[in-house]
Design a binder for this molecule. Structure first.
Ligand SMILES: Cc1cc2nc3c(=O)[nH]c(=O)nc-3n(C[C@H](O)[C@H](O)[C@H](O)COP(=O)(O)OP(=O)(O)OC[C@H]3O[C@@H](n4cnc5c(N)ncnc54)[C@H](O)[C@@H]3O)c2cc1C
Length: 469
């Protein structure tokens, strides 16, 4: 299945490129540029596409110039924030990549507890600035992920149960529309668009800057993983399920099945052993965190316990080394209501059959503040789910990739009777019906009307696309 990625590719008009070059302050990179391969590469190494032109924008004026160029030339457009789309939607063959990676401005207002961040910012860069004041925007769990794409889909991470999704902390966004106009969206300006940006992805235009509310976090938090042998996972997950039933909002956890990686925090004798871990982040006092986490530490016979007082910014990098750029990645994802005995047994049965030693297969815990925001307030449609599965198949190269992909699909299919939905940022290219399923029919229809208003020609189609009428 495809999202029409090829249909609008058109040859470049050299006069139009010359005109763009004249109007552009950033960098224009064509296939003969020495850095072309560096800038067309995206995080997922299995994606290998060759755009006709990459426009590395230095600011809003460049974004407007690039959009106007695209309108004039009818060229296929890909928009790139951090380049971490799982299916590689931020790069295309033969088209124009509007790359926001140079737009790194961040301004924290510690008194008002707000931050403005431009669209090229990565999560670690945002935390670096905000944590200097003991503040944070809840976002994702890998520091090199782009803030833009993550926010536009929803944004789940270590602070979700305490402070909600990234979009629950979004105050406003500046956006360049398909007609090249700069508009602002907030609760009081273009409120329809503001709703659509909180989960509707890049369908409505190019966000150039976000403004978020900040929340007190750390800077030291009780955080880190506790590991058991994977064979113990049926018991560990049953205990875990009951333990999190009354968990306070400060606690957010992620279960990971994998082969223990050769990282310095893991003793050499454990490397390569199949393990299940529960990684913890307690966004409250260290004393309270110790009390809440104690029963988990004391369950069974952990192989290793590295849950300890850590800098929040350091904890945010926990999975960075496991999910580097350039590996070949494939994912299937689903939400489930709860970890029933059946869900646990299916999960562990398949996890034990995972072959690739570099797979990291996380199950996110949801609930808390996320579940207390009204379903219709934003586009995000997984608020009532208990957990989100991200069934990740990873290989270093093409070798073995097909087998791992089948493993991921197999587990996803086996869980099908328990699927309750899917988070749009965890979709591959799965077709229009899956996008509709992700949003649900009522929200999908509302999104379609919004798309028809803001992008009637579907210029912004390389995303989890909502087709205009
Ligand atoms: C290693 C890794 C870890 C992840 N962890 C998490 C996590 O913890 N929590 C979570 O919620 N998600 C997570 N994700 C998923 C992530 O949210 C999505 O992949 C997201 O799209 C990445 O954003 P990006 O800007 O890096 O991606 P890009 O590939 O640049 O863009 C993704 C999509 O957003 C569009 N887009 C990007 N920037 C803009 C913009 N400024 N305006 C309009 N449209 C834009 C693109 O056109 C594309 O369709 C993770 C992904 C990876 C690869």
């Amino acid at each position: 299945m495809t999202l029409d990625t090829q249909v609008q590719a058109a040859p470049l008009d050299e006069a139009a490129v010359a005109e763009l070059r004249h109007a552009f302050r950033g960098e224009l990179i064509s296939p003969d540029h020495p850095a072309y391969d560096e800038h067309r590469a995206v995080w997922n190494g299995s994606i290998d596409r060759r755009p006709a032109l990459i426009a590395r924008c230095s600011g809003v004026a460049d974004v407007i110039a690039a959009v106007q160029f695209a309108r004039r030339s009818g060229i296929l457009v890909a928009v790139r924030g951090g380049g971490h789309s799982f299916p590689g939607l931020s790069v295309c063959d033969d088209g124009l990549v509007i790359d926001l990676g140079l737009m790194k401005g961040i301004r924290v207002d510690p008194d008002r507890r707000t931050v403005r961040a431009q669209a090229g910012v990565r999560l670690g860069e945002l935390d670096h600035e905000t944590q200097a004041f003991g503040l944070a925007v809840p976002a994702g769990i890998v520091t090199h992920t782009g803030l833009a794409g993550l926010t536009l889909g929803g944004g789940i991470g270590w602070l979700l149960r305490k402070y909600g999704l990234t979009i629950d902390n979004l105050l406003a966004a500046d956006l360049v529309t398909a007609s090249g106009e700069l508009v602002r969206a907030s609760a009081t300006e273009n409120a329809d668009l503001f709703w659509g940006l909180r989960g509707g992805g890049g369908n409505f235009g190019i966000v150039t800057e976000f403004e978020f509310r900040l929340n007190p976090v750390g800077p030291t938090v009780l955080a880190g993983p506790i590991f058991w042998p994977m064979e113990d996972s049926p018991r560990v997950l049953r205990f875990y399920r009951d333990w999190i039933a009354d968990a306070p909002d400060e606690l957010t956890t992620i279960v990971v099945h994998r082969y223990a990686p050769p990282l310095p925090i893991i003793p050499p004798e454990m490397h390569g052993r199949k393990v299940v871990s529960v990684a913890v982040c307690y966004a409250g006092s260290l004393e309270d965190g110790e009390r809440v986490v104690r029963p988990l530490r004391e369950f069974g016979s952990p192989l290793l316990d590295v849950c300890r007082p850590s800098s929040f910014a350091g904890h945010q990098a926990l999975f960075d080394a496991s999910l580097p750029s350039g590996y070949w990645y494939y994912f299937r994802s689903c939400d489930v209501e709860r970890l029933s005995d059946e869900v646990i047994d299916i999960t562990v049965d398949h996890a034990l059959r995972m072959k690739s030693v570099i797979n990291t297969f996380p199950i996110f815990q949801l609930g808390g503040a996320v579940a207390r925001v009204g379903d219709d307030e934003t586009v995000f449609n997984s608020r009532q789910a208990g957990h989100t599965f991200n069934i990740n198949a990873t290989t270093a190269t093409a070798e073995g990739f097909d087998d791992e992909r089948e493993w991921s699909r197999g587990l996803w299919s086996a869980l099908a009777p328990y699927h309750t939905g899917v988070y749009v940022n965890f979709l591959m290219e799965e077709g229009e019906e899956r996008v509709r399923q992700a949003y649900g029919p009522a929200k999908y229809d509302r999104l379609k009307a919004l798309k028809t208003k803001y992008d009637p020609g579907n210029m912004f189609r390389l995303n989890q696309n909502i087709r205009p009428d």
